[in-house]
Design a protein around this ligand. Structure first.
Ligand code: SF4
Length: 365
């Protein structure tokens, strides 16, 4: 199929839509109206913009489009989670998940069509690297999921914990955050990273900063590097230097995600070391018992419940806020990479390292 030559207006802030449309509308406020329809009302085409003259809508439609990624597959879980597999114009596919909870909706979005970081417990990492998503592809996930759920924006949380490392795509993520920030407060948006230090510095410099989550997963450099090869490039001590300096608005905390793996990082002493590492940083910890995957990670296993409880309790005793996150939506392959994996012919069962995305809200104590 021939690519559509019309300029896509999705994924652009209202100010940019105004600039683009300036020469194609009779008065500038018309361009503002179009921006409002797309960014604030999730319009999917000019025909919905009923406060614009019909002839103007037709003219705009000849030059511009309002296009979201195509839904290839959609699975609903018994717990209400909906996982969507999207197809992109160049044939890539990505995933996103909507998780309703207590009147709120959390949307887990992807930032790349794959991931080169290669964490050893992650299906997306196992599927390999993929290109950066563009702002329309990122914002389009939000638009489609939110429309599907019919939830009002002030009840929506957004987490970048889907496919990819968002801080390796700061250029497009920055634009997407600007657009999403017109709908959702930055305090309801979380960017989760495997520990990309230049990216964390970039995030620290944003005026409207989203929340930061860091995938920690080990109490020391050596074990972290075994699980997450990126730790060789951005070692734990340098990472924590940057995290200690990260500017936090009043009441905000950094979230640390910790995938618990049997006999690898689940000892009481490990929990004590983690608590020491984090000391001095306003923080909460999400403990995520591993979901086993015989196909991709045959040597990694989930600890028993008593070990999980003991690990969490040790962190709490050290004064940390801890949430144990149990899997959510696993009957629909809710973890990042799973649905795509299925469509590629494999049958992965494991979730990704930005794990909190496919987890239940858990129990915070
Ligand atoms: S856990 Fe995140 S950073 Fe690591 S490979 Fe998976 S998607 Fe990439």
């Amino acid at each position: 199929m021939e690519p559509d030559p019309r300029v896509n207006l999705v994924g652009r802030p209202v100010r940019q839509i105004r600039e683009l449309l300036g020469d194609h509308v009779d008065r500038l406020y018309r361009a503002q109206q179009v921006g409002h329809w797309i960014v604030h009302r999730d319009a999917t085409g000019f025909d919905e913009m009923t406060n614009l003259p019909l002839e103007m809508r037709r003219e705009l439609d000849r030059r511009f489009r309002v296009a979201d990624p195509t839904v290839l597959d959609e699975r609903r879980s018994a717990d209400g989670s909906v996982k969507v597999l999207f197809g992109l114009a160049d044939g890539c596919s990505i995933e996103a998940v909507a998780m309703p909870d207590d009147g709120k909706l959390t949307l887990c979005l992807s930032s790349q069509a794959g991931c080169a970081v290669g964490c050893t417990f992650c299906v997306t990492g196992a599927l390999g690297a993929g290109r950066n998503l563009t702002p329309d592809e990122i914002v389009g996930q939000y638009r489609v999921l939110r429309r599907g759920a019919g939830t009002v924006p002030d009840r929506v949380n957004i987490v970048f914990m889907g496919m990819g490392e968002p801080l390796l795509n700061t250029r497009h993520l920055g634009t997407a955050l600007e657009v999403l920030g017109e709908r959702v407060s930055p305090k309801r948006i979380t960017v989760s990273t495997s520990g990309i230090i230049p990216g964390i510095r970039w995030l620290a410099g944003l005026d409207r900063r989203p929340k930061l989550a860091v995938s920690l997963n080990a109490p020391d450099q050596s074990r972290r590097a075994q699980l997450m090869p990126i730790a060789t490039r951005y070692p734990l001590d340098e990472l924590f230097e940057v995290l200690h300096a990260f500017p936090l608005e009043r009441g905000r905390r950094i979230t640390f995600e910790y995938v618990l793996i049997r006999a690898f990082n689940d000892a009481v002493d490990d929990a004590r070391t983690v608590a020491k590492l984090i000391r001095g940083i306003p923080a909460k910890v999400n403990v995520i018992p591993l979901n086993e995957d015989a196909e991709h990670f045959p040597d990694l296993h989930r600890p028993d419940d008593a070990t999980v409880d003991r690990f969490g309790a040790t962190l709490r005793d050290a004064g940390l806020t801890v949430t144990v996150r149990w899997s959510k939506g696993l009957d629909v392959d809710a973890a990042c990479g799973q649905l795509k994996g299925r469509h590629q012919g494999s049958s992965p069962q494991q979730r990704d390292g930005h794990l909190d995305a496919a987890s239940s809200p858990g129990r915070e104590e």
